[in-house]
Design a protein around this ligand. Structure first.
Ligand code: FE2
Ligand code: FE2
Length: 275
């Protein structure tokens, strides 16, 4: 049986600042027609769940209203960023923010099996964090490599692992910090993921690193102007359909939803301030 995951990402939903809710609702209608086996939000579910619990609650209700199986992994705007990553005005992950996220969206790391695949979701903001759960998550990743057998591994996390190469040394808010990246890769042991999927950059991109396919899911809401962020791929909103076949092969494609406008964050200074 082929398994279809509809990846939505960077929905940035909010009760008090609902700028990106219309796009989410329209994409939700498309998802209800497409009837994927799973809708997976790869983080930045909320506009500011890191400081407003009402954003977490509102976002959860909007997802429940889809009437589809849903799973979540957190982004920096949902429970704060890794300690090395915060942009100006952003918060760092801590126990209180993480507990608030868990209350609304459930475990921040998880895995499950489908024919031919093991799907692993992790909390990218714990990478490089000094919370005790950072080590717990690392152990859970190592544990998830056991008994994999002939299954392919798909990893989902909010932040891209890197731009082009796992050996990159650039430190910033866009990619996983080099040190926790190496620790994560070490936790994989001999396992090479077939597919690594993220969000965070609000661009759609497909690339290869060795035998791993990296797919960046775009935002359902908005893109970031070129003067603030380089172009790595497509700056268009939508969702991504990942088709995972029992033989371990897969296909990922950007789905554009008619009537959904690619908004630009520079036109919404009320969201995060002027760009
Ligand atoms: Fe985002
Ligand atoms: Fe993000």
């Amino acid at each position: 049986m082929t398994f279809r995951i509809a990846q939505i990402s960077d929905t940035h939903l909010s009760e008090s600042k609902p700028f990106f809710v219309d796009n989410f609702v329209r994409i939700g209608e498309a998802l209800r027609s497409a009837k994927p086996d799973l809708v997976l939000n790869t983080g930045d579910i909320t506009l500011d769940g890191a400081s407003q619990e009402s954003d977490l609650a509102a976002a959860r209700l909007l997802h429940d209203a889809l009437g589809l199986p849903v799973r979540f992994i957190p982004g920096n705007h949902d429970l704060g960023d890794s300690p090395y990553g915060p942009s100006p005005g952003e918060h760092t992950i801590d126990a209180v923010r993480r507990a608030r996220y868990l209350k609304h969206f459930g475990p921040d790391w998880w895995s499950f099996d489908i024919p031919g695949w093991r799907i692993l979701g992790i909390n990218a903001q714990l990478l490089g964090s000094d919370l005790p759960e950072a080590a717990e998550q690392e152990s859970a990743v190592a544990h998830a490599m056991e008994g994999l057998g002939l299954r392919s591994l798909a990893l989902f996390l909010h932040r891209p692992m890197f731009d082009k190469s796992p050996d990159e040394t650039e430190i910033g808010g866009r990619f996983v910090h080099p040190e926790p990246r190496q620790r994560l890769l070490a936790a994989f042991g001999a396992v090479v993921p077939a597919l690594v999927v993220c969000g965070h950059v609000h661009q759609y991109r497909e690339s290869w690193s060795g035998s791993t396919r990296h797919v960046w899911g775009t935002s359902t809401g908005y893109v970031i102007p070129d003067r603030r962020q380089p172009r790595y791929g497509l700056k268009e909103v939508g969702y991504v359909e990942h088709t995972l076949r029992p033989d371990g092969t897969h296909r990922s494609e950007l789905v554009r939803v008619p009537g959904v406008e690619t908004l630009n964050i520079e036109n919404f200074p009320g969201a995060y301030g002027p760009v």
